[in-house]
Write a protein that binds this ligand. Sequence first.
Ligand code: HEC
Length: 105
Amino acid sequence: MKRQMLLIIGAALALGGTQAKADDIAVGEAIYAESCVSCHGRAGRGMASFPSITGRDADYIAKRLEQYRAGERVGPNTPLMAPHAADLSDDDIANLAAYISETFQ
Ligand code: HEC
């Protein structure tokens, strides 16, 4: 059943081009402003133990967010970051990755 759903979702994404919401920078910006800016800052430069997330490509950002969402330990301060990734959807992650990689150089 789960497998079937994945196939259907995959097919919908492949066919639906314009319907897919992934990589939407404006949506990523809105999520960032609500859930991320307090630690990583308006320019993504971070502060104190909150790391800079500038100069990264979208794949790097997405991979990291997936790791935090999955509950993996990434660095010494993972417990500060993980709760903020826990509820992100795949689309949220793609949108955030697009926004962060395009905006924070
Ligand atoms: C409470 C402060 C806080 C909030 C809010 C927060 N982060 Fe983080 N973030 C951190 C910390 C601390 C780390 C480093 C964690 C570690 O050591 O693994 C981190 C790490 C990261 C990394 C990995 C950086 C690297 O170089 O590998 C990314 C990407 C990231 N955060 C993106 C986000 C996004 C996107 C959001 C919003 C959904 C967010 N963060 C919200 C504190 C926060």
